[in-house]
Write a protein that binds this ligand. Structure first.
Ligand code: FE2
Length: 366
């Protein structure tokens, strides 16, 4: 199987380019329950940027900001607003993964590079993905440091209790009109991924807007990457709104798994995370639509928290979506708690998109 040629062991890190890394790290730490574990900046010999590494269970985010206006990080932030630059994968051999990817048509961004310090050596190599997003291959099998050379361990600031967010379930990107198939082919050709689901605009449409989506995955469930593109609708779709404000393709949302969504969402609400509002009617419909004998959850409690439910042949899932996390209506987050279902909540798309449209309308962008 082709995936064996490029064994991706998991997400290594997600790197954000932001306007003010110190404040963004503080926000994500306090609001989502991440803790700062490592730092790089002028004090550690890195002159052009500061980066905070945030960790929560198996999730690692790197929050990076520029120290100089001339920096490409500053340009990226000005253009896209705070955004996700790098979705990095851990691989056993970064050089080999890079060569394979380039051989299969990927565009190089960073040639394989070995970085060394007293903790050992780390190999990085990057390829281009949608928009200005990149994928970095990381081989850390010979490295024991806190993150990477240039970083020092840091545990004296912004240490927070976990909210139960456990690992990345999937990362969704929005691409330009007509580009979904080309990006699906990219992940098939370059990473050896296969298509798990396909949602057409019939499945995902409201009275006003529509989108299409294909889910590419590694075949094992470690990496799942849905790709959205806008579809013809009466008004501006949520995908077009994103593309307009992000100024191109990019990460739309990261879904993070928890094994107790009630506890996690209660905690996040206490920390003032704002979620999309679901009308009572959704829960009235849900009582009839689903087989509640196999669902181990209290619908009143879910309604109270605004958690959505979907069910298929394999089981069910609980999910909830935040509002966008920046001033521009771009990246948001999903919290997901799977009980057998490997789906993405297709039964909730209608209610979800209507909720997004209510917010779009409030922003004057529908
Ligand atoms: Fe999702």
């Amino acid at each position: 199987m082709s995936t064996d040629l490029m064994p991706i062991q998991g997400y290594d890190y997600i790197e954000y380019y932001v306007g003010n890394a110190r404040q963004a790290a503080y926000y994500y730490g306090k609001a989502f329950g991440f803790s700062v574990v490592a730092y790089a900046g002028p004090e550690t010999g890195v002159r052009d940027r500061v980066s905070y590494v945030l960790q929560q269970n198996d999730i690692r985010w790197v929050i990076t900001g520029a120290t100089r206006a001339e920096s490409d990080i500053a340009r990226h932030q000005y253009f896209h607003s705070d955004g996700i630059k790098d979705v990095a994968f851990t691989v056993p051999n970064a050089e080999e993964a890079f060569r394979l990817a380039i051989g299969r048509g990927a565009k190089p961004v960073r040639e394989p590079e070995v970085e060394e310090d007293e903790h050992g050596k780390l190999v990085f190599a990057s390829i281009a993905a949608y928009g200005e997003t990149i994928h970095t291959f990381v081989d850390r099998s010979n490295y024991s440091g806190p993150f990477a050379p240039g970083f020092v361990e840091k545990h004296d600031w912004n240490v927070n209790e976990s909210t139960g967010l456990s690992y990345i379930d999937h990362i969704v990107c929005n691409v330009e009109l007509g580009k979904m198939d080309a990006w699906a082919k990219y992940y098939a050709d370059i990473m050896g991924f296969t298509q798990l689901h396909h949602f057409d605009d019939e499945a995902i449409s409201t009275e006003y807007t529509a989108l299409m989506s294909k889910v590419l995955w590694d075949g094992e469930g470690r990496i799942k990457l849905p790709i959205n593109e806008p579809a013809e609708g009466k008004k501006i779709s949520q995908i077009e709104e994103y593309l307009d404000f992000y100024k191109g393709a990019g990460v739309q949302h990261i879904a993070i798994a928890t094994d107790d969504i009630v506890a996690t969402v209660s905690d996040l609400r206490d920390r003032d995370i704002k979620f999309l509002a679901v009308p009572d009617k959704y829960y009235d419909d849900l009582r009839d639509r689903l087989d509640w004998s196999t669902i181990d959850a209290d619908i009143d409690q879910l309604a109270n928290l605004g958690v959505l439910v979907d069910q298929d042949d394999e089981g069910y899932l609980l999910q909830i979506f935040t509002s966008p996390m920046q001033d521009r209506p771009t990246i948001f987050y999903e919290v997901i708690d799977r009980h057998g279902s490997r789906g993405f909540g297709v039964g909730n798309f209608q209610a979800l998109f209507e909720a997004i449209e209510r917010e779009q309308e409030a922003r004057g962008n529908l």
